[in-house]
Design a protein around this ligand. Structure first.
Ligand SMILES: [Zn+2]
Length: 164
């Protein structure tokens, strides 16, 4: 992952890459090992495959984030293993499942369990448009909140920005 991101000049856009560790052995073979060592410390999540619980990864990221309560998460995914972390997202967050992939079906099978706002995508152009829409919405929300927070107590009216 790091090599690919570096090659495209995108590595600086990421604070952390979480993936199954991989290495090339003496015979030149690529070896991939589980992120969670299931032999010594099973992650205990029955939604996720034994190699990695992305919900636990998200929980760790949120626990280390001092701005967690204020921050809004955007979760992109497509596979079954992406469902568990989506259950940890709040109503202020966004989940962006890929159409016609397992995550999207899992979400809509039990949509009541998902608190985050759902935006679907099927190709790169749609994903870019969805992400820009989400960023616009977050900026509108922040500007609205800032206007209200900046409202003086002297009776001046403020007009919060609204969106559909
Ligand atoms: Zn899990």
């Amino acid at each position: 992952m790091e090599t690919i991101l570096k090659q495209h000049g995108l590595l600086g856009c990421f604070t952390e890459i979480v993936t199954n560790p991989a290495f090339v052995d003496a015979e030149g073979r690529l070896n991939i090992v589980p992120f969670h060592d299931s032999a010594s410390t099973p992650h205990g999540c029955n939604l996720c495959p034994p190699n990695m619980c992305k919900g636990l990864v998200l929980k760790r990221i949120q626990a280390a984030d001092s701005e967690f309560r204020k921050r809004r998460y955007i979760y992109l995914g497509d596979g079954k293993g992406d469902y568990c972390p989506c259950l940890r997202l709040g109503a202020q967050d966004f989940v962006v499942p890929r159409k016609s992939f397992p995550l999207r079906n899992l979400i809509y099978n039990k949509q009541a369990l998902i608190k985050a706002v759902i935006h679907e995508w099927s190709n790169g152009e749609e994903l870019a448009a969805v992400l820009l829409d989400i960023i616009d919405r977050i900026l509108i929300d922040e500007n609205s909140r800032t206007e209200v927070m900046a409202s003086p107590d002297n009776g001046c009216k403020t007009t919060p920005v609204s969106y559909p």
